[in-house]
Structures are given as C-alpha cells and as structure tokens.
Design a protein around this ligand. Structure first.
Ligand code: TRP
Length: 327
C-alpha cells in the first residue's frame, strides 16, 4: 500500500474551511492509504513561540484532528519533536543543501522581506527539515496545498542528490498529492473570497452556538433579487454554498426557490444557516472539549504515533548511516 505522510502546522484552531478542505481528505485517505500525520512543532520554532504557546497549540491541533475523526489506529498521529531520527536526517540533508538554492525559495524570500530581524537558519533550512520529515519514512505521497509545491521540489532534489552522491537508489521522490482539487472551496461570509484565519472571517469548529449565530447574522447580503431566477451575486452565492455543505437538500431547495421567485428573506436564511452550522459543529465541538480534558488519552495517542514513526524513521536512518559510511 502506498505511504502517505503529511505535516500539520500547529497554527490555531480549525475552521470550516480547513474541515471541508484538508481534514476531510485526510479522513478519506486514512481508509485508502498507509497514512501518518504529524504536528510540525519543530517547524513552528522559526517564529519563536513560548513554551506555553507550543504546548497549547500542539494540544489544540491534536484534539481537533481527533475530534474530526482521524483514527490513530488507522493513521498514527505523532508530534514531530518526539521522533528524533528525523533530526539526524535533517543534518545529513543540510550537508548537501546549498545556500544559494535555499535562499531562492519563494517562501524564504517572502519571510526575509516581511520579518527582516528574524531571518534565522531554521527558516532557511525549512525545506531540508520538511524533506527529512518525508524521506525518513520513504513516503510515496504528500498531501499538500499549492503553496508547498516549491518545498516538494526541493525534497525531490535532495532525494535525487543523495542517491547520486552515494551512487545508490535509496530514496524515492515523493509526489505531491493534490487531494482536494475537487473539494469545495468554503467561502467566507463577508462578501467575497474564501474562509480563512488570516481573512478574519472564519467560523471555527470550536465556536459555540452564540458565536456561530453572531458570525452568520452579520454575513454580507444585498437588497434582494429584482428579477425572477436572477443569477446570485457573490455574497449571496456564498451563503448558498455554505448551505450546500451543512444543510439538507430540502432546506437548500426551499431557500433557493425563495430566491428565484423573489420571496427570499435573508434574515430567515441566516437563522436557518446558523442553526445548521451549529448542528454540524456541535458533535465535533463536544469531542474537542472531551479530548482537551483528557490529557491521558492525548498522551497515549502521541506515544502510539511516536512509536510507529520512530520505528519507521530509525529503520531508514540505520541504512542512511551505513550508506554515508558510519559503520
Ligand atoms: N510546510 C507544511 C505547511 O506549511 C507543513 C509541513 C512540515 C509538512 N513538514 C511537512 C507538510 C512534511 C507535508 C510534509 O503546511
């Protein structure tokens, strides 16, 4: 079975956009592939979080992915910093990664420009650590968004280069896995564009009912359709797209008909949408709270993941050491 691995940056809470994007595809993948997921807490050190920051954000991400339905028996989930052999591979890869090529990575250049007083070596070698994450398990596929394409190319370059230097066919070149091409882009409800944390328009899986209602009720609408069967402008289309995701077909059809015959009352639509979003999120929210209050369970999940990942990575590293000449 093909091996799939993906790293998750521990940056805040999951929102509906994450759920219908990455999370949902992880849920499908865990049934079809030999999957491992990990929380990239080493990578997060580039921004110098406090110990309390790290602890909290790792715990949050772990609880939320489990609450969404990642099954740690099927798909081990581990914390990057628990699996030390990856660090050794990071060191070896760094010996054959060149300053010029690392400096040319777009995300590095972007960070160097926006945070000129924190251009640290970890930022520069972000791609070698990411390559080590994946190559340590000889994974076949890596589910990533378009923004990670350059990191994936660097990963393949480092794999080829290692093979060439040592005259071996050891690492395979991991492929980017564009799983969510068919996935719906979840819109924001603020008029245009997608839902995102940085867009400030996100509805989080952990939001309570009142918060959800407040966010939905202030969604952007217009004065209403002025013709029968009128095409919907973006803010209205976004409300309907969201409805398609969380409401029943009957509900969707009802409001769609109301729109088409110009009877729509946006206030009613929003109330219904808020209720349906809440019904969708409520069970996930409860599980998030349960997991957050169950450190023992979270620790067991992480330990199980660590054991599986360490075994796989150590196996690779034993061979790498041999190839390099540490015998
Ligand atoms: N760079 C990825 C991101 O920003 C996170 C990540 C770190 C990752 N290591 C990885 C993803 C290995 C896939 C494989 O989202």
């Amino acid at each position: 079975m093909e091996k799939v691995i993906s790293g998750i940056r521990p940056t805040g809470n999951l929102h509906l956009g994450n759920y219908f994007g990455a999370v949902k595809s992880f849920l499908e993948m865990q049934n079809e592939y030999d999957c491992m997921f990990f929380i990239a807490d080493w990578h997060s050190l580039t921004t110098h979080p406090t110990p309390e920051n790290i602890r909290r954000s790792v715990k949050t991400i772990l609880s939320e992915y489990l609450a969404c339905g990642i099954d740690p028996e099927k798909a081990p989930i581990y914390i990057q910093s628990d699996v030390k052999p990856v660090l050794e591979l990071y060191l070896y890869l760094n010996m054959n990664a060149y300053l010029g090529e690392l400096e040319r990575v777009t995300s590095f250049k972007e960070k160097a420009r926006t945070q000129p007083d924190n251009v640290n070596a970890g930022l520069l070698t972000y791609p070698t650590l990411m390559a080590a994450d994946v190559l340590a398990h000889k994974a076949d596929k890596v589910p990533v968004g378009k923004d990670q394409e350059q990191n994936m190319e660097m990963m393949r370059l480092f794999a080829r280069r290692f093979n060439r230097i040592y005259g071996v066919e050891f690492f395979k070149e991991p492929q980017s896995f564009h799983f969510n091409q068919k996935a719906v882009k979840v819109p924001g409800l603020d008029g245009s564009g997608k839902m995102g944390k940085s867009e400030g328009n996100a509805i989080y899986l952990c939001d309570d009912e009142a918060t959800i209602r407040k966010k939905v009720m202030r969604a952007v609408t217009d004065a209403g359709p002025t013709m029968l069967n009128q095409e919907k402008p973006e803010p209205i289309r976004n409300l309907f797209t969201m409805m398609e995701l969380v409401s029943t077909k009957e509900t969707y059809d009802y409001f769609n008909d109301q729109y088409n015959n110009m009877q729509i009352r946006y206030g009613d639509l929003k109330k219904q949408l808020a209720a349906d979003i809440n019904a969708f999120c409520a069970p996930i929210r409860e599980r998030i709270l349960d997991f957050q209050n169950n450190d023992d369970y979270l620790r067991r999940v992480a330990a199980m993941g660590c054991e599986r990942a360490s075994e796989s990575a150590q196996h690779t590293l034993d061979e790498v050491r041999h190839i390099i000449g540490f015998r």
